[in-house]
Design a protein around this ligand. Structure first.
Ligand code: F6P
Length: 537
């Protein structure tokens, strides 16, 4: 499928990107896309018109339009779990025409959204706790998709907070829940136990600890504990009252679930109106995705850029670099969304893949990451395609000059990665700085920048609830499109199970002093050290 593209890469790999600008004065306009208030600049890549057209032709060669229809019509495309993939219903339920086993799920989705709004109004309005106090804080206890989405969105939309202060506990490491609870008042704190399966060991353990804390310090579990899950029976068994259980269906993947009850902390922080804008933005992208020609289709273009950089150019990773402090969690969110979706070794029918399906996603917030790993990006031996995200405007009007510096650094990095600075330019600069000729020779090799490093810049006017909803939906559909190109199931995650099984076995051995030291393949020395340094209760 990729042979033509590989020939193009063979032709283009020895080109310098900036020379592509020299040969086409309109390159920037031709290799950028402006839609839905986003600008995607992909001119700083090796793509030329022929390669881009080859990528676009891929879409029809894999019947992408049919796959999109299957996604939105509720076909069971998550074939290994025999489930449809319908997270988009959570933001489109009023327009859905999907029937699942003869049942329209739209009304239930709408009803749950209304319950979320009612909870917000109750907490903000009249409800008073037994203690006579009012809710001040909420603690979301969840991990993976039950944490990363809500935590990232809540942080990203901090300028829109008008409700509760939301805190997040995910790790089973006691330090996490300890440090969160120690600063809170049990009498005015809402606990949200968020788990699609309601069986994830980290969440169950943290929930037990939080419930003990609540009771010990005067809280009232029947008023202050909410469950968010697709397994309501397990939540009931855990002791959560029915009226406090917010359900979603198993056709919503955890990493795709922030649009529904998993997003309750977001709603409690930013309020129903802003949450509605967040959903609306995503719904707009759903329509854009289903109705726009491939070359103007934001998720499709971003997916094709990943196919080009990862499958064709064979760059193994992609750096996600949001130049926005409030998107500091965005790389972590994308790590689950992209690598748990497409980090697969077989196709949907179980055949082995002949090459890795997904790039390693990593990154960090700008400008901080310039002082952390940009050395490697500029002068390291490996090429890392960089994805910059930047808003034209920040939220702090009085600090516009800060935002100007932020923008300048973001654009400078993308430019520098492309243009670099060659030996002659470096020598000239050092000599101009007054360095003696011999010192200049000695220094210059260390200070040249090869450049020719690709980047994509995604720009938008301001990070509002609607724009964030659009951004996340773009990435969700990007992941889907890449999965289609690679013929994989992007919606299961069997790879997370083995570690959990082994952990249960080790946990049993760790807690019983007489137990054998565990599997002697790389475990016994470790267990012996633990026995020496760790008293068994
Ligand atoms: O990491 C595995 C995983 O199943 C994720 O897919 C999921 O988001 C996370 O664990 C938490 O699962 P749950 O919401 O069921 O607790």
């Amino acid at each position: 499928m990729f042979s033509g593209l590989q020939n193009s890469w063979h032709r283009l790999c020895s080109e310098r990107i900036e020379h592509l600008f020299a040969t086409d004065k309109k390159r920037e306009r031709k290799f950028s896309l402006e839609r839905m208030s986003f600008l995607i600049d992909y001119s700083k890549t090796h793509l030329d018109r022929e390669a881009r057209d080859q990528l676009l032709r891929l879409c029809d060669s894999v019947d992408l339009a049919d796959h999109i229809l299957n996604l939105f019509s509720g076909k069971r495309i998550n074939n290994s779990e025999n489930r449809p993939v319908l997270h988009h219903l959570l933001r489109n339920s009023h327009q859905s025409s999907v029937m699942i086993d003869g049942h329209d799920p739209g009304p239930q989705v709408q009803s749950t959204l209304m319950d979320m709004r009612d909870l917000y109004k109750a907490i903000k309005g009249t409800v008073r706790l037994g203690s006579g106090g009012r809710f001040r804080d909420a603690v979301n206890i969840g991990i993976g998709g039950s944490d990363l989405g809500p935590a990232m969105v809540t942080e990203a939309l901090r300028p829109y907070h008008e409700g509760l202060k939301c805190h997040f506990v995910a790790n089973v490491d006691g330090a996490n829940i300890h440090d969160v609870l120690k600063k809170l008042n049990a009498k005015t704190t809402l606990l949200i136990i968020s788990s699609k399966t309601f069986s994830t060991i980290e969440t169950v353990e943290n929930a037990k600890t939080a419930l003990e804390w609540l009771s010990r310090y005067g809280g009232n579990p029947s008023q202050q504990v909410i469950a968010v899950t697709a397994a309501p029976n397990r939540a009931q068994e855990f002791g959560i009252e029915d009226r406090n259980i917010f359900c979603f269906a198993d056709w919503v993947g955890g990493r795709y679930s922030v649009w529904g009850p998993t997003g309750l902390p977001v709603m409690l922080a930013i309020g129903p109106a802003n949450f509605a804008q967040f959903l609306r933005g995503a719904a707009e992208i759903d329509r854009h995705f289903q109705s726009t020609n491939w070359e103007f289709n934001l998720p499709v273009v971003l997916a094709l850029l990943d196919i080009w950089h990862h499958q064709i150019c064979r760059h193994p990773t992609r750096a996600v670099l949001p130049y926005d402090q409030r998107l500091a969690l965005f790389p972590s969110f994308l790590q689950q969304l992209e690598m748990e979706s497409n980090g697969k070794g077989v196709t949907a029918d179980g055949s082995p893949l002949d090459q890795p399906a997904a790039p390693v996603i990593w990154g960090g917030v700008g400008t901080n990451s310039q002082h952390a790993f940009f050395q490697l990006l500029h002068q390291g031996g490996q090429v890392v395609p960089c994805e910059f995200l930047i808003a034209a405007n920040g939220h702090e009007e009085a600090l516009r000059h800060h935002h100007e510096l932020l923008i300048s650094n973001c654009l400078a990095q993308a430019h520098s990665l492309m243009v670099g600075r060659n030996l002659d330019e470096t020598r000239a600069q050092l000599l101009a700085q007054g360095l003696a000729a011999d010192a200049c020779e000695q220094q210059s090799q260390h200070r040249i920048f090869i450049g020719n490093r690709p980047s994509v810049t995604i720009m938008y006017p301001k990070l509002t609830p609607k724009m964030l909803g659009r951004l996340i939906a773009i990435y969700e559909h990007r992941v889907f499109v890449e999965g289609v190109f690679l013929g994989i199931n992007s919606f299961d995650q069997w790879g997370v199970e083995l570690g959990k099984e082994v952990a249960r076995d080790i946990h049993d051995k760790l807690c019983v002093s007489s137990a054998s030291c565990g599997d002697d393949r790389g475990m016994s020395v470790l267990m012996k050290f633990l026995r020496q340094h760790r008293p068994v209760n």
